[in-house]
Design a binder for this molecule. Structure first.
Ligand SMILES: Cc1cc2nc3c(=O)[nH]c(=O)nc-3n(C[C@H](O)[C@H](O)[C@H](O)COP(=O)(O)OP(=O)(O)OC[C@H]3O[C@@H](n4cnc5c(N)ncnc54)[C@H](O)[C@@H]3O)c2cc1C
Length: 549
């Protein structure tokens, strides 16, 4: 039986950072266990093409349960598998959130997670060119860049939002989010970069790090209430590895709670019903799933200048020769963060702008249908679901709705049940925010810098004007913004899964360090905060000495 000091499960946004940081100490031996493949040749680093991972071997390709407030629709949930995890396929937008997000975490009993305390961890991982700023890091490994070639439609969106009364922000990573600006991205000279590149690759040459890929962790080994190691499967064989010091789960918002539940740590009644031996009754595991729901306002344009120009010979040549042009786009190029009512601590609405359009087919069938057909559009143009146009996605940035991740069976290869509960909050506030978002998006489309490009509104369309019509549109078309947090929530209360130093409550030697521990989802995009969590986790794990806890 192999033994290590630390075992990290999951090489995603967080796990790559944690494993790399821990192995900076040559005396510490670390095993990183990842279900996906080591080879990344199948992952294109061309920014605009990241969605090609959808439905591929690097996608867990989950689906939600029928969502009651979304007309009973099942929502496709892509999640990345491989070195880089979901960062492999994400929009690589870097926007941390508002100061109020982190201060609220601290107010919920999580000492050390207020904005001023976490800012150094954001800065530690970041390498941003340009003038020094108290808010940005310049010496970290992970590139944070401005878009190299914003689309003219994006420039027009920013101007139109300013004309609609939204303040212009030069930097969406200052403490306060209110305003409109260009999004920052994880790119280096026009090539996508993940924490697998920035943190893990360099660490992989260290003799004290072993990275096991194609290795599905199936449970945490427990001796009573102490975690002693991890069991995983590779090529049909079962391996058991031991951790002298600690096991850290970085398997993400779906799989970290799934692994706890498979190991008997979770709500006792649910586990008992599935025949899983209960190691610890911890009711919060898999609860409090939060995600950002979004709905698209789509407009056709009167000039062929959208990102569709990227997949032409000219677009390909520009990218190949100069690393410029539409293929350098991360698709969502700008955003406005707005408060929809007085009395809020921070913006509750994001309007995310993408200079590309969708056909009604994609809008109506959702991305699943497109993912299944992802290669064919090249051969069958009538199958195309992206077209010249533009999208302003209204996103509920501080959702009140919550859902769950639960086991379906004790079989670790069976996907868990995902029920995000979109727009199910009692007050209907999340739905209200989306409806107001549609109205504000229309106002922005009507301002002259953008209006001059608009051919017609494709969706919701002229037929949807009244509140009830817009609510019906939201129910029929809202989608995930692909975020997700909270299923191993950090906190002080009985439903918290980890304490403020990320230890699973009631289990020794086990921590969770990924998007699942967020006490409330950030109002920005969660990747930045996830990386921050992993940077901080590295300090927390390092400071626990062998044998003590
Ligand atoms: C399409 C899409 C676009 C997105 N765009 C953005 C964006 O632009 N900006 C942003 O901030 N956020 C974005 N996100 C969200 C962001 O990518 C995630 O919040 C972030 O990657 C979460 O990191 P994580 O470390 O918690 O989990 P992940 O990155 O998902 O990592 C989990 C890892 O664990 C592995 N794993 C899981 N189970 C097991 C197991 N049993 N055994 C072994 N390994 C296992 C997985 O294969 C994976 O590699 C997007 C997400 C998607 C899906």
């Amino acid at each position: 039986v192999a033994a290590f000091d630390f075992i990290v499960v999951g090489a995603g946004s967080a796990g790559c950072v944690l494993a790399a940081r821990l192995t900076e100490d040559p005396d510490v031996r670390v095993l990183l266990v990842e279900a996906g493949a080591r080879d990344e040749r199948q992952v294109l680093p061309v920014p605009a093409l990241m969605a090609r991972q959808f439905g591929s071997e690097t996608d867990w390709a989950y689906s939600t349960e029928p969502e009651p407030e979304l007309d009973g629709r099942e929502v496709y949930w892509p999640r990345g598998k491989g070195l880089g995890g979901t960062f492999l396929m994400n929009g690589h937008v870097y926007v941390r959130g508002d100061r109020a997000d982190f201060d609220a975490w601290a107010e919920l009993g999580n000492e050390g997670w207020d904005y001023d305390s976490v800012l150094p961890y954001f800065r530690r991982s970041e390498r941003r060119d340009g003038a020094p700023s108290p808010y940005h890091g310049q010496d970290g490994p992970l590139p944070v860049a401005d878009l190299r070639d914003p689309n003219p439609l994006t420039n027009a969106f920013v101007e139109a939002a300013v004309d609609a009364g939204i303040p212009r922000l030069d930097d969406l990573n200052r403490p306060h989010l209110d305003g409109v600006g260009y999004l920052q991205v994880h790119q280096q000279r026009g090539v996508r970069r993940t924490t697998a590149h920035s943190h893990l690759r360099a660490a992989m040459s260290r003799p004290n790090l072993l990275v096991e890929t194609d290795a599905l962790a199936t449970r945490i080994l427990l001796d009573g209430t102490r975690a002693t190691g991890v069991e995983y499967r590779r090529d049909g064989a079962v391996f058991r590895v031991h951790a002298h010091r600690e096991v850290a789960l970085c398997a993400g918002v779906i799989n970290s709670p799934q692994l706890l539940l498979l190991s008997g740590v979770g709500p006792a009644d649910e586990l008992g019903a599935l025949g899983v031996a209960v190691a610890l009754d911890l009711p919060g595991v898999g609860r409090h799933l939060q995600d950002h729901a979004g709905v698209a306002v789509v407009a056709g344009i009167n000039e062929p200048i959208s990102l569709m120009a990227g997949e032409t010979l000219g677009g390909i040549a520009r990218y190949a020769l100069l690393r410029k042009g539409p293929l350098t786009s991360n698709v969502t190029e700008a955003a406005a963060f707005v408060r929809t009512r007085p009395g809020l601590a921070s913006p509750d609405l994001e309007l995310a702008f993408s200079p590309i359009g969708m056909t009604p087919r994609r809008l109506f069938d959702g991305p699943t249908a497109w993912a299944k057909n992802r290669v064919r559009p090249l051969l069958r143009p009538e199958r195309r679901t992206l077209v010249h146009g533009m999208i302003i996605a209204a996103v509920a940035a501080t959702p009140a709705s919550e859902g769950t991740v639960t086991l379906v069976s004790a079989d670790p290869t069976e996907p868990p049940r995902i029920a995000p509960g979109y727009l199910t909050d009692d007050e209907g506030d999340d739905r209200r925010v989306l409806v107001e978002g549609i109205r504000l998006a229309r106002r922005i489309l009507g301002q002259s810098p953008l209006a001059r490009y608009v051919d017609r509104e494709v969706a919701p369309g002229d037929g949807a004007q009244r509140d009830d019509e817009l609510v019906a549109f939201v129910r029929a078309h809202a989608q995930t913004a692909h975020h997700g947090a909270g299923t191993c929530r950090m906190g002080a209360g009985d439903d918290a899964v980890v304490d403020p130093v990320l230890r699973v409550r009631g289990i020794e030697g086990l921590r969770v360090a990924d998007a699942s521990v967020m006490p409330r989802i950030v109002s920005g995009h969660p990747n930045a905060a996830t990386i921050m969590i992993a940077e901080k986790a590295a300090d927390l794990l390092r400071s626990s000495r062998a044998g003590t806890w």
